[in-house]
Design a protein around this ligand. Structure first.
Ligand SMILES: [Zn+2]
Ligand SMILES: [Zn+2]
Ligand SMILES: [Zn+2]
Ligand SMILES: [Zn+2]
Length: 271
C-alpha cells in the first residue's frame, strides 16, 4: 500500500481530542452549558463499483470456449445492468478496514506527540495539562476516573469499532461462486450418446466418434457421443464475474462484536 493513497476522508483526531477534553472536565469542570461530543467519524462511504468501474453496466463479449468453433462472425455481445451495484455505479460500504487501522495509528501518534509536545502528562490514554496534573497527582481516585473517562482501545478493533468481514477479507465482493463461471460466462458441456444401426457403408464418418462399432451381419451398430458446449451469461454473477459478499453485502466490515462498535474497552463511563 502506498502512503499517499491513504488520505481518508476521516480523521480520528477530533475524536481523540474530544475524549481528552471531556476527561479533562473531571479536573476543571467546564462552564455551564458546555457540551462535548465524542463521536467517531463516519466510516461509511460510497465507492465506485469494482465490477463495472462505475459505469453501472457491463458490456459482455462472448468469448469462444469451443462453442463457436466453425461459427462465423463475432460472438454474442450484450449490454447488461451491473448486478453488483444494481446499476447504481457506487456501493455503500465501510472504508477499507486496513486503511482505517492505519489511519487510527497515525492519528493516535499525532495526538500523543501534540500533547507530549505541550508538556502534558499521560493518564492512561488521556493527557492532562501540567497545572491540572499538579492539582490531582495525589488523588488516585480522580486519576482513575480520568483514565476511565477517556477509555482504552478495544483490543479487537483498536478504536475503529469495526471488524473486517472474514468471508471477503474486507473486500466487499467475492469471486463468482459458480464453478462453471469463466469470466462471467457459464460454460457447460452436455453429452448426448446415441446408437444407430447402419447397414452397409464402409466408414464411420464424422469427427464425433467416441464409441465404437460392432458388426453383426451386414449392419453396423454405431454408438456416438456428441459433446456440446453451452455458453451463456452466468446466472450467478450476471456477467460480472464477482458477486457482492453474502456476509457483509458489500460493506466490507461490520460493527465490532467485542465492543458493540464503540471502539473502546470502557467501564462505567459512556463518554
Ligand atoms: Zn457496478
Ligand atoms: Zn471493538
Ligand atoms: Zn459468474
Ligand atoms: Zn464480506
Amino acid at each position: 500500500m502506498t502512503i499517499p493513497s491513504l488520505v481518508l476522508a476521516v480523521s480520528f483526531l477530533p475524536f481523540f481530542e474530544a475524549k481528552n477534553t471531556a476527561a479533562g472536565f473531571l479536573v476543571t469542570p467546564p462552564p455551564e452549558g458546555t457540551s462535548v461530543t465524542c463521536e467517531r467519524p463516519s466510516f461509511m462511504t460510497r465507492e465506485t463499483c469494482p465490477a463495472c468501474e462505475g459505469k453501472g453496466e457491463l458490456i459482455l463479449q462472448e468469448k469462444n470456449f469451443g462453442q463457436a468453433d466453425g461459427r462465423l462472425g463475432a460472438g454474442l455481445k450484450k449490454r447488461v445492468k451491473c448486478a453488483v451495484c444494481k446499476g447504481k455505479r457506487k456501493l455503500d460500504t465501510f472504508l477499507k478496514p486496513a486503511d482505517l487501522t492505519l489511519q487510527v495509528a497515525r492519528d493516535r501518534e499525532k495526538f500523543v506527540s501534540d500533547h507530549q509536545g505541550r508538556g502534558e502528562v499521560p493518564v492512561g490514554q488521556a493527557f492532562v495539562k501540567p497545572d491540572d496534573y499538579e492539582q490531582i497527582k495525589g488523588d488516585r481516585a480522580k486519576l482513575k476516573l480520568i483514565e476511565e473517562a477517556y477509555g482504552k482501545p478495544c483490543n479487537a478493533c483498536n478504536w475503529t469499532g469495526v471488524e473486517p468481514c472474514k468471508k471477503c477479507d474486507g473486500n466487499g465482493t467475492i469471486p463468482c461462486p459458480n464453478d462453471d463461471c469463466k469470466g462471467g460466462w457459464a460454460v457447460t458441456k452436455t453429452k448426448t450418446s446415441y446408437t444407430r444401426t447402419k447397414s452397409g457403408g464402409s466408414s464411420l464418418n464424422g469427427g464425433y466418434n467416441r464409441g465404437g462399432f460392432s458388426s453383426s451381419g451386414g449392419s453396423r451398430r454405431i454408438s456416438r457421443t456428441e459433446e456440446k458446449i453451452n455458453v451463456h451469461v452466468c446466472p450467478d454473477c450476471e456477467g460480472a464475474s464477482l458477486v457482492l459478499c453474502p456476509e457483509c453485502q458489500g460493506r466490507r466490515a461490520k460493527p465490532c462484536r467485542k465492543c458493540n462498535g464503540m471502539g473502546t474497552k470502557q467501564k462505567g463511563y459512556g463518554l
